[in-house]
Design a protein around this ligand. Structure first.
Ligand SMILES: [Zn+2]
Ligand SMILES: [Zn+2]
Length: 317
């Protein structure tokens, strides 16, 4: 496991993580004698040791960590921050939009799943999502160390990095820019993995912003560097615009959230609670995001009938 050079002062450490997480990229920023980390990985002993080992390679120790900047609140990126904070006394910065998710990941996830379950009329689907939630909770409890975060001032410069708001994947997702050519983008853009989007309007806004910045290299939270960045931004935009069109077609006739998810994900919709992305709850959450996007734009309406919520597109399809 070596460190990869991002720039003169920034190194990438690829953490191997326990399933179901993908290997996570965290970034070590040299600040003279001390260091700052961008993201931390999940809170496992193995990840802690990998961070310790990587810092040693750089001639630093856990105690030299001055700050951790989080790209967002997901457990695979933020879970270990609290333990590193406990050991080093470092500040842990997170955008206000994700702050509560770091403080109370189980409670916030319960709210999110609660809204999803409320909408599902089909009892068998409800049951499956409830067990997915139970599994999720166990995972969060195991891999999220208690942390005392500091709200990240918006558009601030910290440790040579410029914090750019990039909502979409989560409400408080942040991209850290180093100079005019390099950005550390967390899960806002990934090379292969499918992304869970929390708010598609916000996400399209973020893509426009990233596309117009002129940044050449985006270094993500998983996988390899995205270069040239604009090409990736455009491909992702097209992908989601296409998804929205597909959903519009599916709801020409009134459909429930579950019916839309089944049409969208079809055969690939496997029920395996260990699968983060292909799982049923992932498909339902992502489908809900598309439907909310259409409802907000008045391209679809919600109807209630016999205890079920239906979506139907309106206007020209
Ligand atoms: Zn994420
Ligand atoms: Zn991630």
């Amino acid at each position: 496991m070596g460190l990869l050079s991002v720039s003169r002062d920034i190194k990438l450490l690829r953490l191997s993580t326990p399933p179901p997480y993908d290997a996570v990229n965290i970034y070590i920023v040299k600040l003279g004698k001390s260091v700052c980390l961008v993201d931390a990985g999940p809170a496992t002993d193995e990840c802690y040791r990998q961070v310790e080992h990587a810092l040693a390679e750089e001639g630093s120790r856990i105690g030299d960590i001055e700050a951790i900047l989080l790209t967002h609140s997901h457990v695979d990126h933020a879970g270990l921050a609290g333990r590193l904070q406990e050991q080093s006394g470092c500040a842990v910065y997170v955008h206000p939009g994700d702050l509560q998710w770091v403080v109370d990941p189980v409670g916030k996830t319960a709210e999110k799943f609660g809204r999803l379950i409320d909408e599902l009329g089909e009892p068998e689907v409800r049951g499956l999502v409830q067990s997915a939630f139970a599994l999720n909770t166990r995972r969060l409890k195991a891999h999220f160390a208690h942390v005392e975060p500091t709200p990240l001032p918006v558009n601030s410069e910290k440790y040579g990095l410029h914090a750019l708001e990039a909502p979409g994947h989560t409400p408080g997702s942040t991209v850290y820019l180093s100079g005019s050519r390099v950005g550390l983008c967390g899960d806002t853009l990934l090379d292969t993995q499918t992304l869970l989007i929390d708010n598609l309007h916000a996400y399209f806004g973020t893509l426009s912003k990233l596309g117009s910045l002129g940044v050449y290299s985006l270094w993500p939270g998983h996988g390899g560097v995205l270069e040239p960045a604009w090409k990736w931004v455009e491909a992702v935009r097209q992908k989601y615009l296409g998804r929205v069109e597909t959903v519009k077609r599916i709801i020409k006739e009134p459909r429930t959230l579950f019916e839309v998810a089944r049409s969208l994900y079809g055969e690939s919709l496997v029920w395996d609670p260990n699968t983060v992305r292909a799982g049923l709850s992932y498909a339902l959450l992502q489908t809900k995001t598309y439907l909310e996007y259409l409802v907000e734009d008045r391209l679809a309406e919600k109807k209630f009938r016999n205890g079920l919520t239906y979506y139907q597109s309106c206007g020209v399809v």
